[in-house]
Write a protein that binds this ligand. Structure first.
Ligand code: SF4
Length: 309
């Protein structure tokens, strides 16, 4: 059984040999963060996937992220090391139900969080990420918006966009939705000087007690620029590893129960295997990819201003 250090060395060697680039989400385990060429939130990773000159992208994240990279880059090979890494939030929208809602509100634009399947994106007018959801919904010309799939992110957008009727799809991220205000109040009591940074997939009552509401990229930007020395990280626990690495002079308190099990399906072992086999390759039917491309391109266009990594 090779050690983590041996696996990492072999991944880095094979990655060079294959001229591949490894993109990894901020929720990946520390060992994977260490071998990544680029780390980021979904928006930053989508932009990076588009910009990279590498012909092969090994995507260490969940299905919808790798699919987004594949849709944006039909000329590149996108590999996901474990096809079981499926985001349950993305799985909460069914195409039939969304079509019915569109028929009920024919003049509404559909804004879908990037955490959706390619099929849902193909039925959407715009995509957004947690970094630019408010900007995207505000920029939509329609007065009515169907927002899928995350009800908590949608409720957060509603706080800022008052001149539109926003119809929420009842989905949620089980990892963020399980975090309670008490979880954070306890940490805040232990670390009263720490800034409490909360991800907008958390429940409204958690948002209410936040000092700041940020995507993971926003958390990083804030931690880098803030004069504060301590931060409570209100999102998946491995984000704290990224923050500690980037800001070694500051202290970050993670919430240990905040674990995304599907992100953890990606391992050093299956990354190495993926590089050896050059697969599994992410494949999207061309008719769906073509329809899904426009809402993603719109998201990137609106999101360039909020690029944070
Ligand atoms: Fe999906 Fe939540 Fe995991 Fe993100 S943290 S990949 S939204 S289940």
């Amino acid at each position: 059984m090779p050690s983590a250090a041996e696996l990492k060395e072999e991944i880095l060697r094979l990655k060079e040999e294959r001229s591949a680039v490894i993109l990894a989400h901020n929720y990946q385990i520390p060992d994977i963060q260490d071998v990544a060429d680029f780390l980021g939130d979904s928006l930053a990773l989508a932009i990076k996937a588009k910009e990279t000159e590498a012909k092969t992208i090994v995507f260490c994240g969940v299905d919808f992220m790798a699919e987004t990279a594949a849709i944006l880059n039909p000329d590149k090979t996108v590999i996901i090391p474990d096809t079981r890494a499926k985001c349950p939030l993305a799985g909460m929208v069914d195409a039939g139900g969304l079509k019915e809602l569109k028929e009920k509100y024919p003049d509404a634009a559909v804004v879908s969080y990037v955490n959706t399947t390619a099929e849902t994106k193909a039925l959407s007018d715009y995509c957004c990420t947690s970094a630019n959801a408010v900007e995207v919904v505000a920029a939509v010309p329609n007065k009515k918006v169907i927002f899928t799939p995350d009800r908590n992110l949608g409720a957060y957008v509603k706080r800022f966009v008052k001149d539109k009727e926003i119809i929420l799809w009842p989905g949620f991220c089980a990892t963020h939705d399980a975090l309670t205000a008490d979880d954070f109040l306890r940490l805040k009591k232990l670390h009263p000087d720490a800034d409490l940074m909360i991800h907008p997939e958390c429940r409204p009552e958690v948002i209410d007690i936040a000092d700041y509401v940020f995507s993971t990229g926003g958390m990083l930007k804030h931690a880098r620029s803030s004069p504060k020395k301590e931060f409570i990280v209100g999102t998946e626990k491995d984000m704290a590893y990224r923050l500690r690495k980037e800001c070694p002079d500051k202290t970050f308190y993670a919430i240990e129960k905040a674990v995304c099990p599907t992100m953890k399906k990606i391992t050093l072992e299956n990354i190495l295997k993926a590089l050896e086999n050059m697969g599994p390759v992410v494949k999207i039917p061309e008719d769906i990819a073509e329809k899904a491309r426009l809402p993603i391109e719109r998201m990137i266009e609106i999101g360039r201003g909020s690029r944070t990594g």
